[in-house]
Every structure is written in structure tokens, then in C-alpha cells.
Design a protein around this ligand. Structure first.
Ligand SMILES: [Fe+2]
Ligand SMILES: [Fe+2]
Length: 485
């Protein structure tokens, strides 16, 4: 077993075996005669379906929530008589519905004093219209595992936040819609995401739209995601009871009747629960398969970098900046063009595994205990598990995931050594440390360049690659560095 998963570590089932094979451990990204870039185009469905796992992690949902919701939602779309174009819009909305979810993680963790991934799924299914149920659930989620006094403080803090739910949902919906728009998805997809938390009775968020004023696709998204969560957590009977109870309040009555009817379609539920559900969803892409080229992959990597960086106020623009420094180091060291492209994407996505770490820990103002440290040190494993599943990202998944490894074997999580870290990986390690030291954070100003370089210099040639450190020093101290970067 190569990976030191700490004892008692809670790691989601599909992430239980994150070790690299011998081949992967010794894989190298040549800097001179590297493999060509990915084939000209890959189905966007495949990329989005794989990356939706990162969104599931952020939401604290069991992995596969988004793709299972997609199967359910597409069936409801068909029952509602959507044409091919609308089905395509619905399909992308289902896969991207939680793209804005990282934007409220820090606030939820701070307000509730609990792990955001624990709070989010519970608060997502509570019946907001029922004030008693809302209060009980808020209490259950406030200051988890803390003293009674601390729990009460957090509970009252949440209760006093007028309009908090509305604000947080508005931010999430706006950001999600914006990401879909930036990626070039049609207006129907964008609008479906923006209004997905509106309720039929007008008591939803962010605008309190009522009835038919809510886009049909948003109504489908809402019912599909709620059914998926209830079915997975509590089974078909509880799902049926929930649908009957919320019909005409949360949900469109007609769509609710369709959902009640399909609850009894065993073939549908077999495909929802199949281990192959992700590839099934990829094959379900309606109309014409939308392909993504190299530029499109860069756009998707950038969009997910923004999702990662939105998770914490402490990592504002970190991913984009690391990508920039790593690419600049690569240029300085003479990496060829395909290696530079991969290095940039690796930089953008290296911390995607942080979506699986609670903001209570990521943003903690104070020393971390052993369990918290272990949770942080698992994030490269999550990065590996997420990226290696995306065929178009496989050629830089390893580089992205080894960004905390050190040449002397003291890094984490694999304790790789110098002979297992190639030049692109080494460049990314140096870029990541430099950005973390020099970036201005909400609680401190960025470290001056000379001081940060001094810290890198101390480990140069022992833990950090000398050529990469020298290249970075050259870049950030030359007169035209501002222009070059
Ligand atoms: Fe990291
Ligand atoms: Fe990082």
C-alpha cells in the first residue's frame, strides 16, 4: 500500500483505493518529445459527467448525485414533452446545476460552525416552508460536535441572519448560471440553473417566482435533484411521501404526477443505481453530441479553477496564478508546447481535490489538529481520483496530483522521490509554494518577492528542483516581469 491514508480517515467509497500503480508512480511527462495533445475533440458530456463528481463532493452529496439526477431529470423532460433542443439544454443544466455550489461553502461553514459538506445536504432537503422543521434542522446542524454553548451561539447566529438563505442561494444560482454562460451553453441551460431553487408556491429563492413563471427546466431540475437525494438516503417510500407532501408547494403538480408515475419504473431505477450510470449519462447526450476542442478544454479547466478558488476566500485566484507561474517556469526551462498546455491545465486544476475538504478546516484560523491535517493532506488524492477519470485530462492528472510532493520524499500524499518527479511536476510544486507565500489573503498581506524566494532557496536542490526555483527567480525579478506575467 503506497498511500498512507490516516487511520480513521473518512474517505468516500470510490476514493478508497487512491494508490498509484507502479506505472503511474514512475510515469513521466517528457519535456522534449512529449506525446501530442488530446485528439482534436472529445464529447463535452464525458468531461462534464466526470467533473460533476467534484460538484457532488462540494455539495456533500454521495458521488454520482449529479449524474443520477441527470437520468431522472431527462426522463421527466421526456414525460413533459420537451423537444430535442430543449432536452439538450436540460441535459447540460442537470450536469452543471451545482457549478455555483462552492461559492457559499465558506459562509455556511463559518455561520453554522460545522463542516459545510455535512450541513449542505441536510439543509438542501429540509422543507423550508415548515418553520419548525427548519428550526430543528438548523439546530441539528449548528456547531456540530461542539459544546452546548457553542451550538447555541451558532444557532442564534444563523437565526439572526435575515435573508441568509436567500443570499446564499442567490450567489450559488448566479455563479452557476454564469459558469454555464461562460462555457457557451444555451440560454435555456443558463436560466434553468439560475432558477433551480424556486418553488411552485412562490416561497423559493432567489426571486420568489411562482408557478409557470419558473422556467419548466428549473422545475424539472428541482424535482430531479430532490428525488435523487431522497431515494438514495431514504428509499422509494419516503420519496413518494415527500413528493405527495410537496406537490403544489415546492413542485409543479403535473411534474410531480410524472415523478410519482416513474417511481414505479424499475428499468429507470436500475439505470440510476447502476455502477455504470456515468457512462450511461454520457451516452444519453441528446440531439447531436457536442464536442469540445483544445480551446474548449482550456475553458472548462479555467471554469473549474474558478469553482475551486470560489470555495475559500483564502484561495482567491490561487489556481489561476499557480497555472501562470508554472507555465512561465516551463517556458523558461524550454518545455515544448504540448507540455506547456498540460502544465497550465494541471495548474488550474491541481487543487480540485480541495472541494472535498471542509471549509471549517480549510479556513481555520489556528493550528490544525491531527485529523484536520490528515483531511487537508488528502486533497491531492481527491484531485487524482477526479482528474484521472476524465479521459481528456488523464495526461496531466498525475502532474496535478503531485503538487505537494518533494524531491527528498518528505512530501505528501505519496512520498514520491526525485526519480518519480519529472520536470513539469517539479515546476508545479515550486509555482504552488510561491503563489501561496506571495498572494495577499484576507488575513495577511502577501510576502515580499525576495522573502518568498529566500524560503524557496533554502530548499533548493534538496526538496525543490533547483532549475525550477532559478527559473522562477529569474521570472519574478526581471524588470519586465509584470508584463511577462
Ligand atoms: Fe494543494
Ligand atoms: Fe495549491
Amino acid at each position: 500500500m503506497r498511500v498512507p491514508v490516516p487511520s480513521g480517515a473518512e474517505i468516500s467509497p470510490v476514493l478508497r483505493h487512491p494508490e498509484m500503480s507502479e506505472n503511474e508512480r514512475h510515469a513521466s511527462t517528457s519535456t522534449t518529445e512529449s506525446a501530442p495533445l488530446e485528439p482534436p475533440s472529445v464529447p463535452v458530456s464525458e468531461v462534464l459527467a466526470s467533473l460533476s463528481r467534484a460538484l457532488d463532493l462540494t455539495e456533500g452529496q454521495p458521488l454520482g448525485h449529479s449524474v443520477r439526477s441527470c437520468v431522472i431529470g431527462m426522463r421527466l423532460g421526456r414525460e413533459a414533452g420537451l423537444d430535442d433542443d430543449a432536452m439538450a439544454e436540460l441535459y447540460y443544466a442537470l450536469l452543471l446545476k451545482d457549478a455555483g455550489c462552492s461559492s457559499n461553502a465558506a459562509r455556511i461553514a463559518s455561520l453554522f460552525g460545522s463542516d459545510d459538506q455535512a450541513v449542505k445536504p441536510r439543509m438542501k432537503v429540509v422543507d423550508w416552508d415548515d418553520r419548525m422543521a427548519l428550526a430543528v434542522e438548523t439546530w441539528r446542524n449548528s456547531g456540530m460536535h461542539q459544546s452546548l454553548g457553542a451550538r447555541m451561539r451558532h444557532f442564534l447566529g444563523v437565526a439572526r441572519q435575515e435573508g441568509m438563505t436567500k443570499d446564499m442561494i442567490a450567489t450559488r444560482c448566479e455563479r452557476g448560471a454564469d459558469i454555464a454562460r461562460r462555457l457557451g451553453f444555451p440560454a435555456g441551460t443558463v436560466e434553468a440553473i439560475r432558477s433551480l431553487d424556486e418553488h411552485w408556491n412562490g416561497k423559493g429563492y432567489p426571486e420568489g417566482k411562482r408557478g409557470d413563471a419558473i422556467p419548466l427546466m428549473s422545475r424539472i431540475l428541482n424535482i430531479a435533484q430532490t428525488v435523487e437525494v431522497f431515494w438514495g438516503a431514504e428509499g422509494p417510500q419516503a420519496t413518494e411521501a415527500m413528493l405527495r407532501e410537496r406537490r403544489g408547494r415546492w413542485f409543479d403538480p403535473e411534474l410531480t404526477d410524472s415523478a410519482l408515475a416513474v417511481l414505479h419504473d424499475s428499468a429507470l431505477w436500475a439505470s440510476v443505481q447502476s455502477p455504470e450510470v456515468e457512462s450511461h449519462v454520457v451516452s444519453m447526450e441528446p440531439h447531436t453530441t457536442r464536442l469540445v476542442d483544445a480551446r474548449g478544454l482550456d475553458d472548462i479547466a479555467q471554469a473549474y479553477a474558478d469553482i475551486i478558488d470560489a470555495k475559500s476566500p483564502f484561495t482567491f485566484r490561487h489556481s489561476s496564478q499557480v497555472a501562470m507561474y508554472a507555465t512561465a517556469i516551463g517556458e523558461q526551462l524550454g518545455f515544448d508546447e504540448p507540455t506547456l498546455v498540460r502544465t497550465r491545465r494541471a495548474g488550474l486544476l491541481h487543487d480540485i481535490g480541495k472541494v472535498g475538504v471542509s471549509n471549517r478546516i480549510l479556513d481555520k484560523n489556528g493550528p490544525l489538529d491531527l485529523d484536520e491535517r490528515a483531511a487537508i493532506e488528502r486533497h491531492p488524492l481527491h484531485t487524482w481520483e477526479i482528474l484521472k477519470r476524465v479521459s481528456a485530462f488523464q495526461d496531466f492528472a498525475r502532474q496535478a496530483s503531485t503538487h505537494h510532493e518533494k524531491l527528498d520524499g518528505t512530501g505528501y500524499p505519496w512520498n514520491l522521490g526525485a526519480d518519480e518527479l519529472d520536470a513539469p511536476s517539479r515546476a508545479l510544486v515550486v509555482a504552488d509554494i510561491y503563489e501561496a507565500l506571495t498572494a495577499t489573503r484576507p488575513y495577511r498581506a502577501g510576502m515580499p518577492v525576495e522573502k518568498a524566494l529566500g524560503i524557496l532557496e533554502r530548499d533548493k536542490g534538496t526538496r525543490l528542483d533547483a532549475a525550477a526555483v532559478d527559473a522562477l527567480a529569474h521570472i519574478v525579478t526581471r524588470d519586465d516581469s509584470d508584463r511577462a506575467l
